[in-house]
Write a protein that binds this ligand. Structure first.
Ligand code: PFF
Length: 447
């Protein structure tokens, strides 16, 4: 039995909704720390090249098959070719891995928001504040739980409409604020070095690891290779231009990530010396560097509070769409009620996420293939599962279902401008690069 599908009302509706899910902690938290770690300019360059090639190819494919079939991942693949339903299932695993640790970071954001609101800016700017906080057992788990519950309440209530309206106002505010803070950061004395590091590629730092990290980030940031865009496509109206929408989502998502990097990386040079160690801080970078920036700003306390509020909002819109995805996968399969399913998923997220959170404290002895728990789950989804899903998507559509399925859908809105390029990418370049990268990721992890 097929349910009647809702559709996004106006032209920008689809782009904004997709961007609302895409723009989140991936852009504000994950992109800057990876760029800092993997050589700045070279990472940025590789990322941009991947976005307009691999990102474009996968996003247009996913949205097209979603809109064509009117179904989400499993159903869509199955309807196109019975043998490939399993690709949809594989894609569905990804959000289950990401959601718990995503909410852990969400909890950190709440903690920082509270710290700023209560006026403890200089405490937050202290060197050991962050590590001191995440290595505790109680507090980070508590804030994580608050974040999960906020997410679950919205998913149970299904107040997507309100969230959508709010994102329309808050997203532009986030852009303006990020732009303002970046300008403040890059005009500090000593920031020029950082701007150079971020914008000028140093080719001697290019390696397969850079490409792997950039690619994992691309999937994560654009919500690709996890069935999300297929579902979004199924809600898209037939008269909206697919090619144009994909380009707009990419520009939006990449633009915000770019600004976040411009805000954080030069600050690492100003406040933490910009040495290898400071740049390689990883997941904690946003929480260590930005408080120092705010501490040095007039009205920094207030600006910091507003900033973390907006980050929280971006994180929530993304975590809601992540949890919603988990819920709808289970409901489609088992036919449970929304409430029962959401509660079950919430318990799962609370359990696994608490483990991830404790992995920074009492459980920090747990290491899987040399990685802490958060990094392990991140590696599993971004460097292993998503490339596999992406390879299978390219091969199944490229050689079995045939790219015509995608052409036809795109051409409903006029000529497919990038058709030749798309076809070569889909059938050859993307799968070959993805397979190489996957082999590299696995051998790195094993060795
Ligand atoms: N793309 C989001 C981000 O960059 O933060 C993460 C995400 C949200 C992935 C929602 C998947 C999803 F369904």
């Amino acid at each position: 039995m097929e349910k009647k599908r809702g559709a996004f009302s106006n032209k920008m509706g689809f782009v904004l909704a997709a961007a609302g899910s895409a723009v989140g902690l991936g852009n504000l938290w994950r992109f800057p720390y990876l760029a800092a770690k993997y050589g700045g300019g070279i990472f940025l360059l590789v990322y941009l090249i991947l976005a307009v090639t691999l990102g474009f190819t996968l996003m247009i494919t996913e949205i097209a098959i979603g809109r064509k079939t009117g179904l989400s991942a499993v159903g869509a693949f199955r309807k196109l070719d019975k043998r490939f339903g399993f690709v949809g299932y594989l894609a569905c695993i990804v959000p289950f891995i990401i959601t718990p640790y995503y909410c852990v970071i969400g909890g950190w954001v709440i903690k920082y928001l509270i710290t700023f609101v209560s006026g403890n800016v200089s405490a937050a700017a202290g060197d050991d504040y962050f590590t001191g906080f995440i290595s505790q057992a109680g507090s980070p788990v508590l804030w994580f739980a608050v974040f999960v519950l906020l997410t679950s309440i919205v998913v149970i209530a299904g107040v997507e409409k309100g969230i959508e309206k709010a994102s329309r106002i808050l997203m532009p505010v986030l852009i303006v604020l990020t732009l303002g803070i970046s300008i403040f950061c890059i005009t500090r004395p000593g920031a020029a070095e950082g701007v150079k590091y971020y914008l000028l590629p140093d080719f001697s730092r290019f390696s397969a690891t850079t490409v792997l990290a950039a690619m994992g980030q691309l999937f994560y940031s654009m919500s690709l290779a996890m069935g999300i865009m297929i579902t979004y496509g199924s809600y898209m109206k037939k008269d909206n231009s697919l090619e144009k929408s994909v380009r707009q989502i990419e520009i939006f998502d990449t633009g915000i990530a770019f600004l976040a990097g411009l805000m954080i990386i030069p600050s690492v040079f100003v406040f933490s010396g910009g040495n290898e160690e400071a740049l390689g801080k990883g997941p904690s970078l946003m929480f260590i560097t930005l408080p120092k920036v705010f501490d040095n700003m007039t009205l920094g306390g207030i600006i910091g509070a507003v900033f973390f509020l907006l980050v929280l909002f971006a994180a929530l819109t993304s975590s809601i769409s992540l949890m919603e995805t988990n819920v709808s996968i289970i409901r489609d399969k088992l036919g449970w009620s929304r409430k029962k399913t959401t509660i079950t998923v919430t318990i799962y997220v609370l359990l696994l996420g608490a483990l991830v959170s404790l992995g920074f404290g009492p459980l920090d002895f747990i290491q899987i293939i040399g990685l802490g728990l958060l990094d392990f789950f991140d590696f599993l989804s971004n460097s292993v599962l998503m490339p596999i899903v992406a390879i299978l998507t390219c091969i199944s559509i490229g050689f079995f279902i045939k790219p015509k399925a995608v052409y036809d859908e795109v051409e409903l809105n006029g000529p497919f401008k990038m058709k030749k390029f798309y076809t070569i990418m889909l059938k050859w370049i993307a799968p070959i690069c993805l397979i190489m990268i996957l082999i590299f990721a696995v051998s790195e992890a094993m060795g």
